[in-house]
Design a protein around this ligand. Structure first.
Ligand SMILES: [Zn+2]
Length: 142
């Protein structure tokens, strides 16, 4: 949250944070699943766990009712992890309601490489995209 608005966006777009993912963190709707994916990665990187929770599909399996404990878990994860790089590897054709994004997140925790690849499912509802769940994840697959 201390990130300068003029710094490059943590999502790796090459655009300033204030012109890339921060407007989404401030309430703008992500236009595509990829934009939501990028903004969620950036939210982890800046520790904006409220955004991560707010963009998780309330009807999906990853959503948690215990918001305080969930926020604590997310904060801990964000604090212990260095978000080095995001690579969007594949974006599926978007239907009216669903989209898929395959990405690689290069992460470190302590001295460990905890990078992973994931194909994520997104759902469109009420004019907004939400992250539903991973469709298949593999550790440090590159
Ligand atoms: Zn961004």
């Amino acid at each position: 949250m201390g990130r300068s608005a003029n710094a490059p966006c943590p999502c790796g777009s090459g655009i300033k944070f204030k012109r890339c993912c921060r407007p989404l963190h401030n309430g703008a709707a992500a236009p595509t699943p990829e934009a939501l994916m990028r903004s969620r990665y950036a939210a982890y990187a800046v520790g904006d766990v409220d955004y991560v929770m707010a963009t998780t599909d309330p009807e999906g399996p990853v959503f948690r009712q215990d918001r305080a404990a969930w926020a604590d878990d997310l904060r801990l994860f964000a604090r212990l992890t260095t978000f080095e790089r995001l690579e969007i590897r594949e974006v599926s054709p978007i239907t009216d309601e669903h989209g898929e994004v395959r990405f690689f997140a290069q992460l470190r925790r302590g001295g460990d490489d905890v990078s992973f690849e994931e194909r994520s499912l997104f759902r469109h509802s009420g004019g907004r995209w939400y992250y539903v769940a991973p469709l298949g994840a593999s550790a440090a697959d590159r």
